[in-house]
Design a protein around this ligand. Structure first.
Ligand code: ADP
Length: 452
């Protein structure tokens, strides 16, 4: 069986297991457990200059090969171009994108350094699976170095319509680089259509035919078990007690401007304003751990949310009731799973999201006898697999308020019917199925026809 080489900006720490492993590592666990495999990517450390040879660690059949990045290269590649230009553009937020040629050069330089360090490690029949927007050009860089292995790419975030993507300087160059991959995976049919159109637009019709949607899923059974266990644990019990019988609305997101948090807070304020019957009866907990705190836009988002939280509680709280509880510390995953099970409403309203795994986790975490209601943005990739959710336009606080009211008033029969329409899909289209589908496509076509 061919070895699988996984390439990502962040490589899981070989010492992190189970509960502490990151999302991508969990999703790929199945693929890695079945064959010899190698993780390749950034070590997570910066040095004076970018390393030319990787550090190698071996754990059984799994090898970790990681590179330290030079401080300046890291800043330009990661903070500058990947997070400053690509992330907002791919999430349809051109106005938040800033372009700097030196950042773009840093991005290309790191992709080239990855390729130069990886190429000598590759075996003839390896399957190479590259992850996400940090590494658009990696496949093309490997081909330039003579790699003839099957190369796959998966984009975890959305791909916008071509007119929007090509407004980003060098957008066409990046799309052209994708043509080096044998399989180009995205989350949804909409993303696939947009990317095919972008490739066709620059004359890459053959590559457009290699684009396909592979919606990523979660390990639903283990998440459901964790939720059931944690729901009877001490932390959830203390939390439940603190609610003194009030209904819980829960949001769980990284603190990111794509998650629609200010609009969501406005929606909750609108609920309290328009639907007075819910005052005193509902508590909304938003868990939003700080991410990318070194980027200015994220710092200003945090200030904005602090203000919203103060305003909502200032206006609506009573001495014995705090309507909004807002925390920017991370919560352990099993505890979160228990909180999800406790919540009557899962409030997931990103302005745009590749998939949104929290929505699937909320469904998996529910008590099958008395499930809660998912209120979901129509712009989350997960919409296609979650037909029982109440869909909202996340930019419209009134619509969020109306959906919250509907969810809070919904009887058990309807909640059950909606949940049942989703839970089997969440289980069956899980992380394992996602891996297997992508791997089947990657293994599918025999030796690549792409010229080195
Ligand atoms: P994104 O990848 O943009 O952060 P997703 O919803 O697809 O969004 O994935 C987020 C993952 O991070 C989920 O598995 C979710 O459970 C986890 N997560 C989000 N917030 C927290 C938190 N406060 N504590 C622990 N895990 C979190």
């Amino acid at each position: 069986m061919s070895r699988l080489v996984l390439v990502a900006n962040r490589v899981p720490n070989p010492n992190d297991r189970g509960a502490t492993a990151g999302g991508l590592a969990v999703a790929l666990r199945d693929a890695v457990s079945r064959r010899d495999a190698m993780w390749f990517g950034w070590s997570g450390s910066t040095a004076e200059a970018t390393a030319t040879t990787p550090q190698i660690e071996t754990r059984g059949r799994l090898t970790y090969a990681t590179l330290d990045l030079g401080k300046e290269d890291y800043r330009r590649y990661y903070q500058g171009f990947a997070n400053g230009s690509l992330w907002p553009t791919l999430h349809y937020r051109l106005g938040l994108s800033h372009f700097d040629r030196a950042d773009y050069a840093g991005y290309r330089k790191v992709n080239n350094a990855f390729a130069v360090a990886l190429a000598p490690l590759l075996r003839r029949d390896d399957l190479v699976w590259v992850h996400d927007f940090h590494l658009f050009p990696l496949g093309a860089e490997l081909r330039r170095l003579g790699a003839r292995q099957r190369l796959g790419f998966f984009l975890h975030v959305p791909f916008p319509p071509p007119g929007l993507f090509f407004a980003m300087p060098r957008g066409a160059e990046l799309v052209a680089d994708l043509a080096a991959y044998d399989v180009i995976g995205v989350q949804t049919e909409e993303d696939a259509g947009n990317l095919r159109a972008a490739l066709a637009n620059i004359g890459q019709k053959a590559a457009a035919a290699r684009v396909a949607a592979f919606p990523i899923g979660i390990e639903a059974d283990s998440f459901a078990r964790a939720a059931a266990k944690s729901a009877s644990g001490i932390e959830t019990a203390r939390f439940r007690q603190s609610l003194v019988g009030r209904t819980l609305v829960l949001g769980v997101d990284r603190l990111d401007y794509t998650k629609g948090l200010p609009q969501r807070f406005a929606g909750f304020a609108q609920l309290l304003n328009q639907f007075e019957q819910h005052r005193q009866r509902v508590t909304y907990l938003q868990v939003a751990p700080v991410s990318r705190g070194d980027v200015a836009q994220y710092r200003s988002l945090r200030r904005e949310l602090d203000e919203w939280a103060g305003r909502i509680n200032g206006q609506y709280a009573d001495p014995d009731w705090m309507p909004l509880r807002y925390m920017t510390r991370a919560v352990a995953r099993p505890t979160l799973a228990g909180f999800m099970r406790l919540a009557r409403v899962g409030l997931v309203t990103p302005l745009r999201d590749g998939m949104n795994l929290v929505a699937k986790e909320y469904v998996a975490a529910q008590d099958p006898a008395d499930p809660g209601v998912l209120v979901l943005s129509r712009f989350a990739g997960a919409v296609a697999q979650l037909p029982g959710a109440l869909l909202v336009n996340p930019l419209d606080p009134d619509e969020i308020a109306e959906a919250l009211d509907t969810a809070l008033e919904m009887g058990r029969e309807e909640r059950l019917a909606r949940w049942r329409s989703m839970e089997a899909g969440v289980r069956e289209q899980g992380a394992q199925a996602w891996c297997q589908d992508f791997m089947a496509a990657l293994e599918g076509g025999g030796p690549t026809a792409i010229a080195a």
